[in-house]
Design a protein around this ligand. Structure first.
Ligand SMILES: NC(=O)C1=CN([C@@H]2O[C@H](COP(=O)(O)OP(=O)(O)OC[C@H]3O[C@@H](n4cnc5c(N)ncnc54)[C@H](O)[C@@H]3O)[C@@H](O)[C@H]2O)C=CC1
Ligand SMILES: O=C(CO)COP(=O)(O)O
Length: 350
């Protein structure tokens, strides 16, 4: 059974692409924008020119500035706001949500202060019993391509297989294939941590390095993502899936990636602030670099690329110095540290 009215919290590129997809599937979509001007513009022009130009927004997508209107009658609500806004937006929506509808979170990040994954933030706000209605939607899926109906595959993760399958049915269509996965931690960590590596590959591109460098960063990036993930209780197999290596590939190589584009600007000599202004949309990897570095320290997980990203973004080191430090680290055995993390599996308190 699928729902007829879907609320969407957010009106950026991902919220718009998902709203369009859901409208094409025949649902009524109620999208919430915090900006009245944007809501009005989309309603009149049927296009989100600022965030997703060139994609027609069907009449079945209604735009409102009142979150209660977007979620009140909804059978399921999709959250597609930046991860740092998720908790706050959820809190404002919560009193108006039905007690039974599905909550699908499409944001990719880790809370910077609490170090919580977004399902953990959700449980704190809505109560742990509500987690069975929570689904994390992740995987390689740039809004610009989903908006053009380019074939795309993603993953819906939930502790409840029923909820994951409900989300699968909700989104699945000829050009949007949805897999389910019970490993919420792995799916959330894969989706968040790949953004740090994408900033790094962007910097490498901006510096004028080649494909060898990119492949090295992606592969060793996946190794450190997997190490942290395993330590935090994720299933190692998830990192070989769509929310792991799949999203890492697309974000590190795509011209659409906001994280990669911000990295490229930094590699070409721009400051972080200049790079963020140039991209003009949320660059999740910046906050996630801080969170991931703190998690790596807290849990004693070696994450050299994340460490260097932190030095470049926040400690004033040059990208060239970071590359040099990574290349001249002590000799390593390729799989040793992942094996150690796997051996410690089950010991995490997080
Ligand atoms: N753009 C994409 O292709 C994809 C994005 N995502 C994830 O979706 C989330 C949203 O990303 P985008 O749509 O790209 O961002 P965006 O920058 O295109 O849009 C962000 C939207 O959130 C609103 N917003 C910003 N701060 C807010 C706050 N404090 N409270 C409420 N609303 C706020 C903005 O006004 C805007 O409407 C991120 O976590 C991102 O990683 C996931 C998959 C694909
Ligand atoms: O997560 C994404 C694609 O799967 C979007 O990545 P960016 O935020 O870097 O554009």
């Amino acid at each position: 059974m699928v729902s007829k009215i879907i609320g969407v919290a957010g009106a950026g590129s991902w919220a718009t692409a998902l709203s369009v997809l859901l409208a094409h599937k025949g649902y009524t979509v109620r999208m919430w924008s915090r900006h009245a001007a944007l809501a009005k513009e989309i309603t009149i022009t049927r296009e989100n020119i600022r965030y997703l130009p060139g994609v027609i927004v069907p009449p079945a997508v209604e735009v409102t500035v009142h979150i209660e209107e977007a979620v009140r009658e909804a059978d399921a609500v999709v959250f597609a706001v930046p991860s740092h806004a998720f908790r706050e937006v959820l809190q404002s929506a919560l009193p108006h949500l039905s007690g039974t509808g599905l909550i699908i979170n499409a944001a990719k990040g880790i809370e910077e202060d609490s170090l919580r994954r977004l399902s953990q933030a959700f449980a704190e706000v809505a109560g742990p019993q509500a987690l069975e209605r929570y689904v994390a939607l992740s995987g390689p899926s740039h809004a610009e391509e989903v908006g053009r109906q380019v074939p795309t595959a993603v993953v819906a993760a939930s502790s409840s297989i029923k909820s994951a399958e409900y989300a699968q049915d909700l989104f699945m269509c000829d050009n949007f294939r949805v897999y389910t996965n019970p490993d919420v931690a792995g799916v959330e960590l894969g989706g968040a941590l790949k953004n740090v590596i994408a900033l790094g590959t962007g910097i490498a591109d901006g510096l004028g390095f080649g494909d060898n460098t990119k492949a090295a960063l992606m592969t060793r990036g996946l190794a450190e993502i997997t190490r942290l993930g395993i330590t935090l209780g994720a299933n190692p197999l998830t990192f070989g899936g769509l929310a792991g290596v799949g999203d890492l590939i697309v974000t590190c190589t795509s011209m659409h990636s906001r994280n990669r584009r911000a990295g490229m600007a930094i590699g070409r000599g721009k400051s972080l602030e200049e790079a963020l202004a140039e991209v003009g949309m949320v660059v999740e990897g910046v906050r996630t670099t801080r969170a991931a570095r703190r998690l790596s320290e807290l849990y004693g997980v070696n994450m050299p690329i994340t460490e260097q990203m932190h030095e470049v973004l926040f400690e004033g080191f040059s990208p060239e110095t970071a590359v040099n430090k990574l290349m001249t680290r002590g000799k390593k055995h390729e799989t040793e540290e992942v094996a150690l993390a796997a051996a410690a599996l089950g010991k995490s308190q997080f």
